[in-house]
Design a protein around this ligand. Structure first.
Ligand SMILES: Nc1ncnc2c1ncn2[C@@H]1O[C@H](COP(=O)(O)OP(=O)(O)OP(=O)(O)O)[C@@H](O)[C@H]1O
Length: 229
């Protein structure tokens, strides 16, 4: 389980996370939802220690984040790949050399799943295929938790559908996924938990199935209530 306990993050005098509490379970897909600038990426960066927090605790399986944590957490950022000058197959070899958790057979399976060609140079790929390569590099690691920052951003509907299929496939297995997205339509039916951020705090955290069954509301219905008042 990944836990945030009263986490406060400031950039200068600006408070971005003002006592954030939520949990993301292994075996579940947790979606961080909120308007632009609410702090979704900051939460991902904080888990990966890419940005320091002022107070509070971030725990992975009950332990504070250390170097060892990164053997069980992979981060797929919303950014151009770090390996643009390589062919896909070279990037895979690089990952294999760098990470003991690299799973080559899963990487090959992902290549087929996404219809990627391993001889293609990453810098020559479309935005959609670049996003698929990023996902491949993260999903091919044998880790328990995967963080995905806006995997659907700027990508056409057919590619989004193909990426969404990953979430129902065995490639996710029983891992825990934390995802941020603006394209909630694509994955609303796939997520187990929604965490709605507003004004630096968690406004609402709910199990999507329970919400549907008990209150007859979709994630989008709840978002309308929260963000449109
Ligand atoms: N390095 C930084 N220095 C100063 N302010 C920052 C920095 N990084 C982020 N911020 C600010 O912190 C706030 C939260 O940013 P963050 O990127 O986490 O939001 P987000 O919810 O991921 O937004 P988006 O949906 O647009 O990606 C924003 O107001 C942003 O301007």
């Amino acid at each position: 389980m990944i836990e945030f306990k009263n986490v406060v993050k400031k950039y200068g005098r600006k408070v971005v996370l003002d006592g954030v509490n939520f949990t993301a379970n292994k075996g579940e897909i947790t979606c961080l939802i909120g308007v632009n600038g609410v702090g979704k990426t900051t939460i991902m960066n904080a888990i990966m220690k890419l940005t320091p927090v002022q107070s509070g605790e971030i725990l992975v399986d009950g332990e504070k984040v250390t170097k060892k944590t990164f053997e069980k957490v992979a981060f797929i950022p919303d950014a151009a790949t770090m390996l643009p000058n390589m062919k896909i197959e070279e990037a895979m070899e690089f990952m294999d050399d760098f990470y003991t958790s690299w799973n080559q057979s899963r990487a090959n399976e992902l290549l087929d799943f996404f219809n990627l060609k391993k001889k293609d140079k990453i810098s020559s790929l479309s935005k959609g295929n670049t996003a698929k390569v990023n996902l491949l590099m993260g999903l091919a690691l044998d880790v328990d938790y995967i963080l995905m920052d806006e995997p659907f951003s700027g990508i056409d509907i057919f590619t989004r559908e193909q990426i969404a299929e990953v979430f129902t496939s065995h490639l996710i297995e029983d891992r825990g996924v934390i995802i941020t997205t603006h394209e909630i339509n694509d994955i609303e039916h796939l997520i187990d938990k929604a965490v709605l951020l507003d004004n630096g705090t968690i406004y609402k955290e709910f199990n999507t199935e329970t919400m549907r069954e008990d209150e007859g509301k979709s994630v989008i219905d709840v978002m309308r209530e929260v963000y449109r008042g």
